[in-house]
Design a protein around this ligand. Structure first.
Ligand code: G4P
Length: 537
């Protein structure tokens, strides 16, 4: 292939950054962007109230809650690498959006608060990464505060996720006595000075572990002895460094630092970039894999976001480019509609703005204006290329509610809003077989999705609704031809519903009712929503 295209692709690094709220994801992202000179000052990533710039506050609700609900994408250059960071929502609750974002990444960086360890949000995301073999890099943050025992923290990661950890560096104490980190590769100590040596940067000194006396002066003899003991322990009893295991997602390199004080961030970035992978091949449902360096362009939609800009009322589909080079204005083939089309106003998200772009390469994420053509999981490629990407997961909703329109004059807006938001993948919608669009059953994974739905229906479509929560927790697809729920012998809590395509599903309060349905209806086939269910196009 064209050498310059291949070079562009191999210098790309696309990763998702994940954490539990408050662990320091925004702060770390900001520091990374500062290194890449993608932003001018700290405080640009997260919009505090009253801030004029806020990269991820596309939605009013985010600002009100001070959390990031929609994932954003940021691109920057650093030492010859072209880096794409996929931000993931970091609230307590989470949605399918977060998981889908992981599908567009080649690796994940997990930020952990050293005082808290693994928290529920990180636990779920980490599991998805581990399940899919996505390499996970761990940044243990806030060492300038009191931390938990580091060996315990590592143990927790290993036990919870069944993967190994390899500390790339090691903290020298924590909190007020935090003195720096020890780099296990160079065997040097990098000291942490609370004295600032310039904006956003701390002054630090490098000193080899072997220079005992000098080190004693820098970190005290007691801390040096502890460090020697702990590193011996690590070298002797810890996991062995193995890049292959890292890339298979079985061993997580661990870094320590303080994002707020910009300590350990540069070391992390450089090590991460040298270890993580360039864009990876993707599975082709028609057989084989698509290599990123295949010069024919191909991409898939992993996220759709409507009304990002209220003034323009736009809907943007986000594509992860899987192979080749994208060119603006060129005609591509949209597999699901069977049509050729041009992608309108392709954009790349920069830290502080969106830029219309002329070209992009495998590994990049582009957002294109979408008049309602695309769905999540859709494939677009060079005409004639036999490719379809799969594995964009459909997750089973865990909470259900009946949503009913209040104002019958606004029937059209209600239907439009519910359908569009469902098409984005922000909610899933179902119907009772005998009722129409005025009464919809909404399924979500996190309860926060209901709040987002209410807010968006009101602000974007001008429609209010009534919500009645349902006790159901489980959903199954019915795989029996000519199923009629009214004739089936079902437990009292079980409800027969249909999806937008008219397919039959059952929702249940618990496993007991699922078993009842199976036992009392010979021939009934129920399918679980599994992660790898392919979209039925
Ligand atoms: P998130 O995106 O993961 O939710 O976390 P975020 O970066 O917003 O950080 C959450 C809080 O933790 C912020 O404080 C931030 O300043 C602080 N923080 C981040 N990294 C460090 C660190 O290395 N050390 C210490 N001590 N604190 C850190 P806040 O008070 O909520 O906000 P702010 O007013 O300081 O911005």
């Amino acid at each position: 292939m064209n050498q310059s295209i291949a070079r562009e692709i191999t210098r790309r690094r696309t990763f998702a950054i994940i954490s539990h709220p408050d662990a320091g994801k925004t702060t770390l992202t900001e520091k990374l962007l500062l290194y890449g000179r993608a932003i001018q000052s700290a405080g640009s990533v997260k919009g505090k109230q009253g801030d004029k710039h806020a990269v991820s506050d596309w939605m009013e609700l985010e600002k009100q809650r001070g959390i990031s609900i929609t994932s954003s994408v940021m691109q920057f250059e650093y030492e010859g690498y072209c880096i794409n960071i996929l931000d993931t929502p970091g609230h307590q609750d989470f949605s399918e959006d977060t998981y889908r974002t992981l599908m567009a990444a080649d690796s994940a960086v997990m930020v952990i608060d050293a005082a808290k360890g693994i928290e529920p949000q990180t636990r779920k995301l980490f599991k998805v990464c581990a399940m899919r073999g996505i390499p996970i890099f761990t940044f243990i943050n806030k060492l300038d505060r009191e931390a938990r025992d580091i060996f315990d923290l590592l143990d927790e990661i290993e036990k919870e996720f069944g993967i190994g950890t390899f500390p790339m560096n090691w903290p020298i104490s924590c909190g007020v006595s935090f003195r720096g980190i020890f780099d296990r590769e160079t065997r040097e100590v990098l000291t942490y000075e609370t004295r600032h040596g310039g904006r956003n940067r701390l002054e630090s000194i490098r000193c080899p572990l072997s220079e005992t006396e000098r080190l004693d002066g820098l970190i005290t003899p007691a801390l040096r002895e502890t460090l020697e003991y702990e590193t011996e322990l690590l070298d002797g009893a810890g996991y062995v460094f193995d890049r292959d295991q890292i890339l298979k997602g079985r061993l997580s390199p661990v870094y320590f630092g303080s994002a707020l004080n910009n300590f350990g961030v540069e070391q992390f970035l450089e090590s991460f970039l040298s270890l993580t992978t360039p864009p990876l091949p993707r599975k082709n449902a028609f057989g084989g894999t698509v290599e990123p360096t295949d010069e024919r362009f191909s991409a898939f939609v992993f996220k759709i976001q409507a009304n990002m800009n209220k003034v323009h009322r736009d809907r943007i589909s986000f594509f992860r480019i899987a192979s080749g080079r994208f060119e603006r204005g060129k005609e591509y083939f949209h597999l699901q509609s069977g049509k050729r089309l041009r992608l309108a106003q392709p954009q790349q998200m920069m830290a502080e703005e969106r830029d219309v772009i002329d070209e992009a390469f495998a590994g990049d994420i582009i957002g294109v204006f979408d008049p309602g053509v695309f769905s999540i999981g859709d494939t677009v490629s060079e005409p004639g290329m036999e490719v379809r990407f799969t594995g964009i997961p459909t997750f089973a909703p865990e909470h259900f509610a009946v949503i009913e329109q209040i104002d019958s004059m606004k029937r059209k807006q209600f239907a439009k809003g519910m359908t569009e938001i469902a098409e984005e993948g922000a909610i899933q919608i179902f119907f009772y077989p005998d009722s129409g669009m005025e009464r919809v059953i909404v399924g979500v994974i996190g309860m926060l999705q209901f709040d987002v739905l209410k807010f968006r229906m009101e602000s974007e479509y001008g429609v209010s609704f009534l919500r009645q929560d349902l006790p159901h927790e489980l959903i199954r697809r019915v795989d029996t031809p000519d199923f009629n729920g009214n004739e089936a012998d079902l437990a009292r809590d079980t409800r027969w519903v249909k999806d937008v395509k008219g397919r039959d599903l059952l929702i249940f309060n618990g496993m007991w009712s699922v078993n009842w349905a199976l036992e009392n209806n010979p021939g009934l086939v129920l399918r679980e929503f599994s992660e790898d269910i392919e979209r039925d196009d």
